[in-house]
Design a protein. Structure first.
Length: 240
């Protein structure tokens, strides 16, 4: 019996999609991960909408219209923390060491992980957006603008996935990765995602976090969804 020796190597796309499929199967076998991510994001949204939102005033537009675009993007950080933990656990188990010994592109392994995590974050963001529509948010633009806004959320999901994959690799352990992931959450509260930057203290109003992150993502989603245009037509106050 002749055993054929495999020749050549798997291409980057093949490797990336194979790793993404493996991660997807892991998520399918542990639905608790998806369930917790969805419930956590929805609970935070409802808390800001009905508990904290009543104490926050936004000129010219209802708070739910202001909250949902920024929260959908900022909420990706809450979901991405689990990605860093999973990558750290895979690294500790020796998975990446074994894959490194194979004739496959190393960067494609991380790309596959990032794709799967981005898909998870994007799904959670879509569920959160649907809940936002249920509690009062409405797109102010055309269908094309709404699709463009959703496309931007997909881009942000992939960007955050890469960041948290890197955090998982450099953390050294799952516990440290979890701590690093939690550190990203306060930055979203320092941004203009939940309150206008004009209401922030002067010292934080001019900081890069308050003025650019993730308010730059809010601007993109707002412009595509038409929310920003609706604000301009209803108030003379500047948007953040």
């Amino acid at each position: 019996m002749t055993v054929l020796v495999p020749t050549g190597t798997a291409g980057p796309l093949t490797t990336a999609f194979t790793i993404a499929a493996r991660t997807g199967l892991q998520l399918a076998r542990t639905p608790q991960v998806l369930g917790i991510a969805v419930v956590q994001s929805v609970l935070f949204l409802l808390m800001f909408r009905y508990v904290i939102g009543g104490a926050i005033g936004v000129e010219g537009v209802s708070y739910v219209e202001f909250l949902v675009p920024g929260f959908v993007v900022s909420g990706l950080i809450f979901t991405a923390g689990g990605s860093a933990v999973a990558v750290a656990e895979d690294a500790a188990s020796g998975l990446y060491d074994r894959l490194r010994s194979l004739p496959i592109p190393g960067i494609a392994v991380l790309a596959g992980r990032a794709l799967a995590d981005a898909a998870l974050m994007f799904f959670v963001a879509l569920v959160t957006l649907l809940v936002g529509v249920v509690v009062g948010f409405r797109f102010g633009g055309s269908a094309a603008e709404a699709l463009a806004a959703i496309g931007l959320v997909a881009v942000f999901s992939l960007a955050f996935a890469w960041i948290f994959v890197w955090l998982g690799l450099v953390s050294g352990s799952a516990q440290a990765a979890q701590g690093l992931g939690i550190l990203g959450v306060p930055f979203s509260f320092l941004s203009s995602a939940f309150v206008r930057s004009t209401r922030c203290p002067r010292c934080s109003r001019s900081s890069p976090i308050t003025s650019r992150s993730p308010s730059w993502s809010r601007r993109g989603v707002d412009c595509c969804s038409g929310t920003r245009r609706r604000r301009r037509s209803s108030t003379a106050f500047p948007t953040t």
